[in-house]
Design a protein around this ligand. Structure first.
Ligand code: EPZ
Length: 427
């Protein structure tokens, strides 16, 4: 397994390109199942999770082709075509490796009237149930059975009637599955307390480009008028707001000054506010965002929340940055029950963080020191890299596959802005 060696202390400076958003791409890819015509996605990030999803779609008979990507390019163009489906089963050995596979449930149900998908199971940050996905699909008329670790969903006489569902809590994935199930329903469907993340807006924009009829895009109340068929489309994946925020934290903790090329400020308002509250300069510049340290970091109080609140996917990275703030910060993680796996590892690097349930108190220290640390989940891994960039001495982050799931060629991107990082194989 690869690891990354980081020699800390360099102030990051220069321009880093922001890739297409992983969490948008993972819900745009299954849209190809909704039509027999080709769907072309541009600005698709080169990530392990995207490769995994492509492989899963190939299992259903979806043809995929990659166009025009030179080795040095970031991002790719992928054309997918589900002329006819040869399977509607998402097997355990694929789903267990990538829980976002559950996002084929809605589109398979829409297109084929049935779907059999392995239950995704939990992961490092929580048990990640899918009850809300299933309740929404049932509200739209699906028959749901659970057996032998699989979900089997069937549309009565081959087509969902549609219906109404109010989410008891906001769920990004459940909103996405429900949207992809409703677009080909026989009637009209409504969702209330739907997720409003920019990735949901990206999904709705692609569905509309394919001929879907959706009202209330970007709000908590969405109405979907089912149509008989959808056609192909070409669509540009939105920029990754979490990747951009992660590099912003790296610039801030190293006293740096970088430009995030392609970052979309309107997707990142809560992260930008958190950075500004911590004393970091963030300003829109042509084609992106400039993030510059303006002196010592200030402690802040932050709480994650569904969009437009602070993204839970930014919590670990902001925590790493705040390890060097002048004072104590208080972070509250309201979305996932176990998203502090990075804390013990950051403390091994000299941080002083105390956790109590969903709250973490980050007592600022004057310096961090390099250490060998273990990545546990995607965003926790990035927080360790961010800490290593500011630490004195050398850090080694093991189990890099966690990072490769969500950060496109991160050692190359960090090298572009002056970090001393090296990927080493076979640890
Ligand atoms: C998406 O996960 C993202 N993943 C996550 O990003 C992100 O952290 C999360 O949304 C919240 O923003 C992708 O888009 C691929 P949820 P998802 O359903 O859809 C509970 C990353 O690092 N819940 O909004 O799984 C759930 O346990 C990843 O890029 C139920 O109880 O998140 C959690 O507590 C990590 N029942 C809360 O809702 C359900 O049926 C929010 O989960 C579904 C969810």
């Amino acid at each position: 397994m690869d690891k990354i060696i980081i020699r800390g202390g360099n102030r990051l400076s220069g321009t880093v390109p922001v890739s297409g958003a992983k969490n948008a791409a993972l819900t745009l890819l299954p849209c190809a199942l909704l039509t027999e015509e080709p769907v072309t996605l541009r600005n698709l990030p080169r990530l392990a999770d995207i490769d995994g999803f492509q492989h899963l779609l190939n299992q259903f008979g979806v043809s995929t082709s990659i166009a025009g990507a030179r080795p040095e390019d970031f991002g790719r163009v992928m054309t997918l075509q589900a002329t006819r489906l040869t399977s509607t089963v998402a097997p355990y050995d694929l789903v267990r490796k990538m829980r976002a596979s559950i996002l084929v449930l809605g589109p398979l149900l829409s297109r084929a009237g049935e779907a059999t998908v392995s239950l995704p199971g939990g992961c490092a940050i929580g048990n990640r149930p899918i009850d809300l996905h299933l309740k929404a699909l049932e509200a739209f008329g699906a028959q749901i059975e659970l057996a032998a670790g699989y979900v089997r969903a069937i549309a009565p006489d081959g087509g969902l009637p549609g219906g109404d569902y109010s989410f008891p809590i906001v769920s990004v994935g459940a909103t996405e599955n429900a949207l992809m199930a409703a677009v080909l329903a026989r009637g009209t469907s409504t969702l209330h307390n739907a997720a409003r993340e920019p990735e949901i807006v990206d999904l709705c924009n692609l569905l509309v480009a394919m001929g879907a009829q959706i009202e209330g895009i970007g709000t908590s109340d969405i109405t979907i008028h089912g149509v008989n068929r959808l056609h192909g489309a070409t669509y540009m994946v939105m920029p990754d707001r979490i990747e951009a925020g992660s590099y912003a934290c790296a610039a801030a903790i190293t006293g740096g000054d970088i430009t995030l090329a392609g970052a979309r400020a309107e997707d990142m308002a809560s992260t930008i506010q958190a950075l500004r509250d911590a004393g970091v300069l963030v300003e829109q510049v042509r084609g992106g965002l400039r993030v510059a340290s303006e002196g010592p970091l200030r402690p802040v109080t932050l709480s994650t929340a569904p969009y437009p609140g602070l993204a839970t996917d930014m919590q670990a990275q902001l925590m790493a940055m705040l390890c060097l703030a002048n004072g104590s910060s208080v972070l509250t993680e309201t979305i996932f029950e176990n998203r502090y796996m990075h804390v013990p590892e950051l403390n091994r690097m000299g941080a002083h963080i105390e956790t109590k349930g969903r709250t973490a108190i980050v007592h600022g220290v004057s310096k961090l020191h390099g250490a060998e640390v273990m990545a546990t989940d995607l965003r926790a891994s990035m927080s360790l890299v961010i800490a290593g960039l500011a630490a004195e001495g050398e850090s080694q982050v093991h189990r890099l596959y966690h990072l490769d799931r969500g950060y496109e060629r991160l050692e190359e991107k960090f090298a572009l802005i002056g970090a001393d990082v090296e990927r080493v194989g076979g640890d």
